[in-house]
Every structure is written in structure tokens, then in C-alpha cells.
Design a protein around this ligand. Sequence first.
Ligand code: ADQ
Length: 496
Amino acid sequence: MGSNRIVLMSNREPYVHERSKRGIKCRVPAGGLVAALDPVMRMTGGTWIAWGSGSADMETSGPEGRIQVPVEDPRYTLRRIWLTTKEVADYYYGFSNRVIWPVCHMFQENALFEKEYWETYKKVNAKFAAAAVEELEHDGRLWIQDIHYCLVPRLVREERPEVSIALFWHVPFPAVETFACIPWRKELIMGLLGCDLIGFHSSAYVNNFLSTVKRELPEAVVTSSAVELNGRVTRAKSFPLGIDYEAYSSRGRDERLRKRAARMRKRMDIPHVIFAVDRLDYTKGILNRFLAFERFLESNPKFVGKVSFIQVASPTREVISEYREMKRQVEETVGRVNGRFQQPNWTPIIYMNRFVPQEELMAYYIMADVAMITPVIDGMNLVAKEYITLNDQGVLILSEFAGASEEMNAALIVNPYDVEMSARAILKALTMTTEERERNVHALRKVVKEHDLYWWLDTFLSEWGIELSSRDWNKGPPSGPSCPLPQRALVGPPPS
Ligand code: ADQ
């Protein structure tokens, strides 16, 4: 079955060294996935290859970008890949975020098919593939995360036919006609078919991927779960990603956190609170959500002054014009709706354009009566799962276009484009009895608990031929691994 030592590849690194006025600090990026994959790497050893994006990454790594992590108890190697400003602009912001991202989210009109982006994407993929070839043992395993390295599987396969390669695709895979917009679609598909296994969040995305392969490569033999091309088989399967249910659930029972949530709620002094948190991305449906809230207030005047909508929207990809334009529209709408309904002691939409620390986010989850998670399209959406785990009586309004809705159908499911329907769902959510709310939470928690992060890891790894029980490895809180500085960083001169 080959070695269990994994070479993991992702755009973001698990440990980032940053220089500040007070010296070098090591940061563990927020987000469940890094926290989940770090224990896998600790357990299996091996190497994590990622873009070295931190301002002090170079001076804290060895000559080839290698550093042993976690620094206080080294268990695996982090191999940082250096990218020039132009490479970051063209491969990351360009091809990944202005070609693959919009097309996979069916926003083709936001895509920019620049040849230069493609050329740089190829170059950066070749750089990452070369690093993987160096790091892989004979019979090793390469696990690629997401859309940034579609060409790597084939490039590595050409050099090292014996290694096992898997990839998890974190965003939707669109319908065949939509993917066909990409001028380099065939090269992307050929690249992905270097994998032995490709995971998606839902069976719909698996089907879309297989249909695209069928269209682009008529010579391939495509079944409902695999592709055979030139004697090599690539399997495609759905593995819905979950959260660390136990960790979130135990935070939800934490007395200090509950008191904090109660204090926050008391300060607001309002009968009802609706909450949403997203990156400020055009896929997240923030604008439609505000229009639905406006319609709700319009048609239910008795709720005017009685309900506030708290929206946390963290800045993201602001160098891209579509994101700046969307931010402008969202902020204009907040201003308009608030201007229309605001009263001296009541704000209809409380809008925060920043990243909030995890503790604060959890307090919002606990204090909000309703979470309105209504992306116009989303690969999965983990916020929906986090909210339902933390709030014992919370009502979830969920978009039918979030991957999460495939399993979480006990939520109030809405079409986010249908403003009337979404406004009616808000009314329903605010008028449900305690019994109805608890029944729904119970049904939803069952799915979230069953298909949690460790289920995802174990199912994916087992499908790939690795039998490990990840649930036993990571008993820590969802805040993830700790990260003190390596000694070298305190004394070593910066590299030239
Ligand atoms: P995202 O679109 O970034 O990623 P999403 O699932 O919405 O993923 O959220 C990821 C995490 O970020 C959650 O844990 C959430 O709590 C946190 N978060 C989001 N906004 C925040 C904010 N303003 N402040 C603090 N924390 C915030 C992609 C796909 C998703 C898919 C994930 C995982 O687009 O569809 O679910 O990957 O595969």
C-alpha cells in the first residue's frame, strides 16, 4: 500500500513567521482546516509544502525553506516555497482567484482570462511539483489541497509514477458548460487526472467533474465514480467536510463564554438578534441577505425596532476590483437600509468589516436567535455547522446553494435570490416555538456530529489506503496548535 508519510501541499502554511516592531512572532492561521491537518502531519511525519508568505519566514527557515514544526516539539517539516510579488499577483490573485474561483462559483462574468495569469500559474505549479518530487519518498504520498495546484498531480506523476496522489477540492465544481469557459480547461483536467483520488464536498460536484472529463477527453472511460485514461485510474468521490464537533460543543458549554455571550446580548437590549459571518466575498450572498432583511422589516412593521441583524464580514482579496466593488455595494445597502429604518436607540443592520477573534465569534453564535447563512453558492460552508453546534435553540436559515444544505436539510432552506422567500423565512425563524427550535437543532446536530472533521479525515484517508483513527490524536480546543519561536529566529541574521 506504500508509505503513510504524507507530503501535504496547500497555498497557506500552518505556521507563519511575521516581523513586527516587537520582534518576530509566529502565527497559526485561523481556520479549521489547518488545525485539522496539523495533527495528521504530526502523526504521520512527512513534509508540508506551502507558500512562505510571512515577512519573517525566510529568516526563520533553512536555506531551502525548511523548518521543523511545531517549533517546540518538531514532528514534521514545513517546506516554504518563495514566490515573487509578480508570481503572487498572477498565480494567486490572478489565476486562482480571478479564473478558477469565479468560474467554479459560476461567476464567469467576474473572471479574467489573462494569458499571463496562466503562464505564471504553470510556472508556480512547476515550482511546487519540483519541491514535491524532492520531498517524496519512494512509494510516498502527496496530498494536495484545493484549486491552486491543478497541474501538480500530472507533473509529479511524470517524474514519479509510483507515488500515490490525492487532492481535495474545497470549492464547487461547476456544470460542464461553465467550466468550459476556461481557455485552458483541458490542461487543468489533464493535470488533475494525475491523481489517484479526488475528493469533493458533494456528489453533485463529483458528477459535474466527471461530466467535464467526459466532454473534454472523449477517449477516457468515465464511470459514476472514476476515470480511466491511458491505463491509469482516477477515482472521484464526495467527502463532505465537517467541523471539530466535540471541541466546538465543549466550548458551547463553557460557563465563561456563555456569560460573555449573555453580557453582549444584554448590552444590545433587543428582543431578537440575527447573525451572519463571512469573508466579504461575492459568493456569500451578503447583499441579497440585506435585501431580504429590508423586505422583512417592510412587510412586518411590528418587528421594526425589535430585531437587529449583526453581519461580520472579514476583508478578503481586496486587490481584486470585483471585491472592492462588492464591498461598496454592501456598504451602500447597509447605509440605505439603516437610513430608512433606524431609530435613536436601534440599529437595524450592525455591520463589522473585520475579522473577529474566535472567542468573540463563538459568543455571537451563542447569543444570536437566528443565523442567516445564505451564500449564492458555496462549496460547503462551515459557519452553518459551527452555529448549530454552539447554539442550543438557534434557528438556521440556510441557502440551498451551500454544499452544507445537502445534509443539513432540517434547516430553513431558502433560495437566496428569492427575496420574498428569504423574508418569509426570517419571519418563520423569529416566530418558531422553543420546542420547534430545539427539535431542529437536535436533527441538525446529529448530522454535524456524525460527519465531523475526524469522520472526514478518516473517510478520506481510508479511501486512500491509510487506516488511522484521527479522532484520538487531537483532543485540543479548536484554537489549534501553539507556536513559539525557533531559537534561530531570535539570534540569526536575516538571509541576504
Ligand atoms: P471559506 O469560503 O473561507 O472557504 P467557510 O466555510 O465559509 O469558508 O468558513 C471558513 C472558516 O472561517 C469558518 O471556520 C469561519 O468561522 C471562519 N470565518 C469566516 N469569516 C470569518 C470572520 N469574519 N471572522 C472570523 N472567522 C471567520 C472554502 C470554501 C467553503 C468551504 C471551506 C472548507 O469556500 O465553501 O466550506 O473552504 O472547505
